[in-house]
Design a protein around this ligand. Structure first.
Ligand SMILES: NC(=O)c1ccc[n+]([C@@H]2O[C@H](COP(=O)([O-])OP(=O)(O)OC[C@H]3O[C@@H](n4cnc5c(N)ncnc54)[C@H](OP(=O)(O)O)[C@@H]3O)[C@@H](O)[C@H]2O)c1
Length: 338
């Protein structure tokens, strides 16, 4: 039973991923329906924000109540409240399955589908909970913290340098890696960068709906390429509180959340990257590493901002993907406890 449950839950994950970049701030959800003989009779997924949830998508395809006495697999607890669509749990109960297998409990406090299922006499089981939570880590962060999910990208030498001491940095990584960065940007609502990076590199960062420049004293040139795009938010001392003399980074992220920005891709130098890390505001790091060694302690580090004496104080991450891009590598690592 456990192996079969895992097999169908993985099928739900695959279906759920079809909604990637289309459902935020909602979670990605997939659903597989089995009849009482264990045959798949329907599948569904949440396709777009505001549209049917996965259970509704799957169950509305059934013509003859084939789920009666069967099993419904879904990677997130069915909702029990009226949102943009009616509660899925009522539709699930109407179809009278014997069992519902869930990946993770919904972190939305309005949702209590599990109690309703149990009260209707339906057996509820959980499977692959950690994987289900990892799949919807962006949703969990935004729902529980009311802050966007933050991924910090950096490109460094093997000794963790993003530039020589003179600031010379073009190029550390290959063209192939840089092209991948352009593609990655599309998976986020906003790119966040700094005054220093705008002044040094004059990037256009046009691939996202929003851009945010941290520029406390409005030092950047208004003719910089990034300002030729619409939806560029400048955080300065005029609209943001200060913390230890610098812009309060959490306040900036809260403001972005209020603008409907649920995911942020940070591209900056070591100062801002270090400050974001120190304030515990980073969820993941995408680190491109080129097969180069600068071999100079005065070179500029990709993360700089703490004063640490003990190695035990280092931040611990979990690497969940490593890609060989020939000649560079890309490491994707999460700081949260997934
Ligand atoms: N290799 C890479 O992946 C990569 C990516 C991007 C950039 N870069 C390079 O990085 C270099 C710039 O690095 P950098 O270290 O000088 O600058 P940075 O880390 O990009 O930005 C630092 C600036 O951010 C602003 N900031 C706002 N709030 C802050 C806070 N709470 N704490 C700290 N800073 C805050 C400050 O400017 P204000 O006082 O004006 O607000 C500060 O001077 C450029 O040469 C660029 O080419 C490398």
């Amino acid at each position: 039973m456990k192996n079969l449950d895992e097999k169908y839950m993985r099928m739900c994950f695959t279906l759920a991923k079809r909604g990637k970049n289309k459902v935020a701030p909602n979670p990605m959800v997939g659903c597989v329906v089995l009849d009482k003989n264990g045959n798949i009779v329907s599948k569904g997924y949440h396709k777009k924000y505001g549209q049917n949830h996965a259970e509704r998508d799957a169950l509305l395809k059934l013509k003859n109540k084939e789920a009666n006495g069967g099993t419904i697999y879904v990677n997130l607890e069915p909702c029990s409240h009226y949102g943009k669509t009616p509660p899925c749990v009522d539709l699930v109960i109407e179809h009278k399955p014997a069992r519902v297998v869930i990946g993770m409990k919904d972190v939305n406090p309005k949702v209590d589908g599990i109690s309703k299922l149990k009260a209707a006499g339906i057996q509820v089981d959980f499977v692959l909970e950690k994987e289900a939570e990892f799949l919807n880590r962006r949703f969990i962060k935004t729902m529980t913290k009311k802050l966007p999910y933050v991924v910090l990208k950096t490109a460094s030498t093997m000794d963790g340098k993003i530039a020589a001491k003179t600031g010379s940095s073009k190029w550390i990584t290959s063209e192939k890696s840089r092209e991948l960065v352009y593609k990655m940007r599309r998976e986020f609502d906003c790119i966040l960068t700094s005054s220093n990076t705008v002044i040094a590199d004059n990037p256009s960062m046009s691939q996202t709906k929003w851009r945010c420049v941290l520029d406390k004293d409005l030092r950047t040139d208004k003719n910089s390429k990034i300002y030729s795009q619409s939806n560029t938010y400048i955080a300065s001392r005029q609209n943001t509180p200060l913390k230890n003399g610098e812009l309060d980074l959490e306040a900036v992220l809260r403001e972005l959340y209020k603008l409907g920005i649920y995911s942020v891709f940070v591209e900056c130098g070591g100062t801002l990257a270090g400050a974001l890390l120190k304030d515990g505001l980073v969820d993941e790091i995408y680190q491109f590493i080129a097969p180069k060694i600068l071999n100079d302690n005065n070179g500029i580090s990709c993360f700089n901002g703490d004063n640490i004496n003990e190695i035990s104080e280092a931040k611990n991450l979990k690497i969940y993907e490593v890609k060989y891009l020939n000649p560079d590598i890309l490491i994707k690592a999460a700081l949260s406890s997934f």
